[in-house]
Write a protein that binds this ligand. Structure first.
Ligand SMILES: [Zn+2]
Length: 360
């Protein structure tokens, strides 16, 4: 099972131009600052590193990496602006820090390093009340042949909740039901995938939450969604559950490239503050980012990338530059066409997602 990864858009490394030894303290020269690293499994219980949100009354983990490893933790200090929004229940020094959400609103965490007079790495976050979203699940079966077991479905939602924890959302699975409908087990043509899908989602009406239907195979689709009704085939993962939930909340798909799209990000396009304005991990325009980190790299790590991609689970605070589409109606034919664009894509949780219609 893929483990959650950190918010890569806070992953940053830059050679410190002004890194100097503090001779009087005997400190090593800090060479690199890396905001957020790939967490080990042991960090899973604490959730994401440098998440977009800190739940009110709960804690989140933030981390800055500074090389060499001999550079002492005691020389790395975190401050919060405004101070009243969060506290540091186990101390405010070190590479890894525990931050508790004390009052709702945005907070800027700034890292100060003894002996270093250059710009500060920063991490932005928002303290939010936990948003508990209601969901029900239906498993389609063909006699004794289940598209998923109940345990598998529960596990998928656990995985999805790991991912959604970075934005303070938890899906509460109210019920797991099953229905014996051999004609719904595989959606094939004929009689028509969409026609069958419409029959399936009419099983429930107006639950006020999200409804997930687990089928075996959807010919030609990985999954289908109509409003808050979501159909998933057997290849869907916990990431798919979280991705589809975020569509319901209002986020769009984003791509670096796609077979359908006439547009693609230039592979060498550098990241910049203007391409992720709410998620830039530095006070300055230059940032603390790897020189080889491209905008494509960032997009390919997002939960809202519009294709199956294990490990792509980052949810940014704000919109991120990429290739995306919206649907336009074509009145003469009455159909819809995908209209592609390259711009700040509506994938930023605090800019374009609203889970409130689905709250418990
Ligand atoms: Zn999607």
């Amino acid at each position: 099972m893929p483990r959650p990864r950190p918010k890569v858009i806070h992953t940053a490394v830059r050679r410190l131009r002004n890194g100097i030894a503090n001779a009087s303290l005997g400190l090593a020269v800090p060479l690199f600052i890396l905001l957020a690293v790939v967490p080990s499994a042991s960090l899973r219980a604490e959730g994401f590193l440098n998440p977009a949100a800190i739940v009110l009354g709960e804690t989140a983990t933030f981390r800055v990496d500074i090389a060499p490893s001999t550079f002492p933790d005691a020389a790395i200090h975190w401050t919060a602006d405004p101070e009243s929004r969060v506290s540091f229940p186990v101390g405010s020094s070190g590479r890894t820090i525990t931050v508790r959400g004390d009052a709702p609103g945005d907070v800027l965490l700034r890292v100060e390093i003894d002996g270093y007079a250059g710009e500060h790495p920063v991490a932005n976050a928002r303290v939010v009340p936990l948003a508990t979203v209601k969901a029900d699940a239906w498993i389609i079966r063909d006699g004794d042949n289940w598209a998923r077991t109940e345990a598998q479905v529960i596990n998928l939602f656990d995985e999805a909740n790991d991912i959604l924890s970075q934005v303070g959302v938890r899906i509460s699975l109210d019920s797991v039901n099953s229905t014996n409908r051999p004609d719904w087990f595989n959606l094939t043509n004929p009689p028509g995938v969409l026609q069958t899908a419409n029959q399936i989602v009419s099983v429930t009406n107006g639950t006020g939450g999200l409804v997930y239907y687990f089928v075996n195979d959807i010919r030609g689709y990985r999954g289908l969604r109509s409003g808050s009704d979501i159909l998933m085939e057997r290849d869907g993962t916990g990431r798919t559950v979280a991705h589809e939930a975020c569509h319901c909340f209002g986020l769009s798909d984003v791509y670096a490239w796609d077979d359908d799209s006439p547009l693609a990000l230039s592979p060498s396009m550098p990241i910049s503050r203007s391409r992720m304005p709410m998620d830039w991990g530095s006070d300055s325009a230059s940032g603390f980012y790897r020189s080889d980190l491209t905008q494509s790299n960032v997009v390919e790590r997002l939960l809202m990338i519009g294709r199956s991609k294990d490990g792509a689970v980052d949810i940014p605070r704000g919109d991120v530059w990429g290739v995306w589409y919206h649907w336009t109606n074509t009145p003469p034919s009455g159909g819809r066409v995908k209209s592609w664009r390259e711009s700040l894509a509506p994938v930023g949780f605090f800019e374009h997602a609203d889970p409130t219609p689905f709250l418990k």
